[in-house]
Ligand binder design. Sequence first.
Ligand SMILES: *Cc1c(COP(=O)(O)O)cnc(C)c1O
Length: 484
Amino acid sequence: MTEPTLFDISQPGKRCTRMPAADVPAPALVDVVPAEHLRAEPPALPEVTEPEIARHYARLAAQNFDVDRHFYPLGSCTMKYNPKVHEAIAAAAGWARLHPATPAEHVRGALRLIRDVEGWLAEILGMAAVSLQPPAGAAGEFTCLRIFRAWHDARGDTGRTRVIVPDTAHGTNPASVARCGWTVTVLESGPDGRVSTGTLAEALGDDVAAMMLTNPNTLGLFETNVLEIAAMVHDAGALMYCDGANLNALLGRARPGDMGFDAVQVNLHKTFATPHGGGGPGAGPVGVTAALEPFLPIPRVVERDGALAWDHDRPASIGKVQAWFGNFLVAVRAWAYIRANGADGLRRVTEDAVLAANYVRAALEGAFDLPYDGACMHECVLSAKTPTQETGVRAAEIAKALLDHDIHPPTMYFPLIVDEALMIEPTETESKRVLDRFIAVMLEIARAAREQPEALHDAPTRTPVRRVDEVTAARQPFLRWRPE
Ligand SMILES: *Cc1c(COP(=O)(O)O)cnc(C)c1O
């Protein structure tokens, strides 16, 4: 890397600010911190001025790709624009400075907010009860499976060890199954990109604990047989879990609870206003049916003697899945987002997200391959199979070419059942002008792939870093700068 680090520009004695000398005697450090915890020498921190440090980080930030400056149609990730007002509300000292150990009687407003968000999500999902505790979508999956396991165990039904997961599922689904100590039975999708009930019947058995289904699935297609699928799974004594990361396609229009699901997780950081992608905190609340409610993580917010309080005394609970009550400030953003939109606004979010995806699909299906015909939900999956076969231009090269147009690439090579997949999720927050520009750029890239494929092999040419060695980066990640 050619970028200088702060250590490279460090010079002894440089400081950002200089405090006036104290006019009272300072205690010796050893009187404050026990000697065995003191380091022998001061740490080798870089010494720089304030403008140097400000410019260093501003320059790094400007090299990044972010949703505030760029269209970001990364499928399945719902990279919508997050209104800044929700950040301001979450940053208010009354929320941001709360200590989680504060006794309930001093933070009833926070308990009320948790209960409001739980109640609204329960209504949106069609579920009896919700817990905000899991800190991410994958953690929500794991929590639901643990709840399923506790339910089976409580009935003395301990021989169930298999979980059925369609081949279009997000990779976190099989990972959650493994974490739960169960094994995965992969279900091959039917020719229409959906679960086929015939294949499901063959996979079911009295050792099946659950089925995990994403609806709409990661091809952006609604599982139209979901009621029949749920009935089959229930008849086999198993439970139905909904991967609800794609809730942007359902708000106010359809509810997992009405589709026969017993539990669902929601990604607040995708649909409900928390920025994500940089590894920051998210939240994966789970909603369950009344029969599963006793197993939800503790503590729960309950009403006791006319006031809200924490309830830790729930013997059937699976326990805790995250410190304290989960990532509370993510719930604050969701509270603000739900209030700002209202029921009509949330329905509009979904209608506009689905409209945008279909607008893009209809405009591009002539220039790329469309592996599964028909309308999509909140995202569309195209394939670059034809350009790959004809001129060797792969999905990855199309993605790199988009970077030169200041557009973030779609999700690539996922779902795994589509060759050269390009999974595009435009979201509801983009204007028609932005979508039209994206379509024009994609059509131009499709033409270049036919007429001058060499040009695409060099892309990107305008980014701070061009092609990186992705295999080495994934296998031997180099995440930390170390002094020589
Ligand atoms: C994002 C996503 C997940 C995982 O959510 P995380 O918050 O990243 O753990 C699971 N399933 C689907 C379909 C997703 O899109």
